[in-house]
Design a protein around this ligand. Sequence first.
Ligand code: BG6
Length: 514
Amino acid sequence: MNRSAEQQPNPLREGLSTRAVPQPCSIVIFGATGDLTHRKLIPALYNLAADGEMPPATTVVGFARRQKTDEEFRNELEEATREFSRQSVRDEVWETFAQSIFYHQSEFEDASGYKTLAERLDKIDKERGTRGNRLFYLAAAPDQFEAILKNLKAAGLNEAREGSWARVIVEKPFGHDLASARELNRIVRKSFSEEQTYRIDHFLGKETAQNILVLRFANAIFGPLWNRHYVDHLQITAAETLGIEGRGGYYETAGALRDMVQNHLLQLLCLVAMEPPTDLRADSIRDEKVKVVRPIRRYRREDVATNVVRGQYVQGAINGKTVAAYREEEKVKPDSVTDTFVALRLYIDNWRWSGVPVYLRVGKRLPKSATEISVHFKHAPPVLFNKQTTALDQNVLVIRIQPDEGISLRIQAKMPGTSFRIQPVKMDFHYGTSFGKPSPEAYERLLLDAMSGDATLFARHDEVEQAWSFIDLIENAWTAEKDAPQLYFYPAGSWGPEEADELMAREGRAWRRF
Ligand code: BG6
């Protein structure tokens, strides 16, 4: 019987879990002339090459419709990499890297393009030593996924040969609602097994997101406090000063809830709220993550308005510069009701978190770009130092995902002096100063993991579906013909509509100020 590399024991490299050493492979990018390839994928691969992390024979094949030569493709990627790479491009590294990039022109629907792709990959295996390993990256528009997957199968490219592997990375958005996500899972499964499938959520590749598990499970002091007995509430904010950056067409079909909450924020919540896994295998971790999303309380339609605030930016100023309203952006309808801001409260109805509110907030055109998670602990009892008219601040543990990655803990301290005054202070850890080296970009880590066969930081089919089933209820309420919750407007450069503050204020709480 053929044993594919998926079943073979592999040598290990250091990592979150025991993971295999990445093996040389051909990375075929569908949608190679698009934004993601230029801004993220190629710069990430370049950085891996520059840092000596990538197996030397690794080869990139860009698959797209437009006619161009290998040379033209390399030149445009060089320009993009010089613009978007986190480290500056060294000519000699680029020269070598560029020689491993090829362009394959074909329509996505044209089966013959996949036949010639298969021949080309065989040739690359012989000439460059990629050993029959293939990583297919679906970075094309989601409506092309089905044709690509079908044709990969028809050309036999979905099957690993003896001793090698074939995997597929599926970019977001993974569906548009529960039904389409299920359908996409079904389509993917027709060509690739779950073990071969890597659903990417780039937030999971961020260094600080991975550190959440280390913070929680490599330190003994947090475990006993991490539950409803000690935690008052959780907050997660992902704020961006950016608008929609010319992606009006996509954003009109998505909105902030689908674009950010369904995936990135719920994934972060899983890491913060999950039970300790029994070991660090991908599925042990993902088993625990899905147990966070499943018990998220599903809103009844009439409860959506009191638990979720949706907003959209109007003209305002960011860093002193006037920016246009969302409705004035290109490819946006002048009467669009798409959400560019969401603030919501949810409950995870399980033993650990019962009764603890979780507040999520995302928005475009906010005053600052920052993503952070904060754990707000309960107040000290109202005796001794906390026996005052204004209560002392709570202890807050803040995990800064970006920028200025790090962790801080707010504690109370006695101010120096002969009087007795208490003031909150911060114990602060900064990645930059403690480790003195820049963190890799999320896509670097994730591409390397996919090449190594480690799916820990990729979403499993059931996580994705559970997340959609929660999101759908909100979207359905918003699009209901009768009594749909209101859309609130906020000026660009503000922290969203006032109603988002009221969501917290009603319960005597407030969003963290940045
Ligand atoms: C993407 C969203 O998934 O994440 C974008 O589609 C968003 O709208 C981006 O801007 C944010 O990612 P990051 O890594 O820049 O915080």
